[in-house]
Structure formats: structure tokens, C-alpha cells
Design a protein around this ligand. Structure first.
Ligand code: SF4
Ligand code: SF4
Length: 78
């Protein structure tokens, strides 16, 4: 089954603040850089908007986001 929910970054507007990288506890982003680099999309929690909610430039969208999500179902306080 292919992953249906994971973040994509708009590098045209991203200011490389690192908030998304620092927020995610599911190893979705590479940790060695503030520039968001999605290396493990499979780790992203379906319905989670944790990193998007922190992004100051609205540069994060999710593959599979139809606007119908009920929110994150895990316990990571995203
Ligand atoms: S949506 Fe949540 S789980 Fe997915 S990358 Fe962002 S903080 Fe991590
Ligand atoms: S939170 Fe937004 S602006 Fe900051 S690094 Fe992530 S995508 Fe870029």
C-alpha cells in the first residue's frame, strides 16, 4: 500500500526556519539540516497537521489532504 498522507514543501516560500523539522517526532524530516527534507514519508501520521500548523509561511501541504481530515490520531501532541 502506498503512503497517502505526507508533507510536501514549497521551497519557493520556505524560509528554512526549521520549525517543521524540529516539530516532527516521527523521523519524517532529515534532522541534520534546518532545510526541510522529507526522507521518511511513511512515518507521517495520517491526518496530522503538526508541522503545517507551525509553518510561518504556509509552505507545507499534504499529499492526500482533502480538507476533510479529523486531525492527528496519535499521541505526539502535534
Ligand atoms: S504532519 Fe505530523 S507526523 Fe507528519 S511530518 Fe508533520 S509533524 Fe511529522
Ligand atoms: S516551518 Fe515552513 S518555513 Fe520553516 S522550514 Fe518548515 S516549511 Fe520552511
Amino acid at each position: 500500500m502506498s503512503k497517502k498522507w505526507y508533507p510536501t514543501i514549497n521551497y519557493e516560500t520556505c524560509i528554512e526556519c526549521g520549525a517543521c523539522v524540529g516539530k516532527c517526532t516521527h523521523s519524517v524530516y532529515a534532522k541534520e539540516t534546518q532545510t526541510p527534507k522529507v526522507i521518511f514519508p511513511e512515518g507521517c501520521i495520517d491526518g496530522c497537521h503538526g508541522c503545517q500548523n507551525l509553518c510561518p509561511t504556509q509552505s507545507i501541504q499534504y499529499v492526500g489532504d482533502t480538507g476533510q481530515s479529523a486531525g492527528c490520531s496519535c499521541n505526539c501532541n502535534c
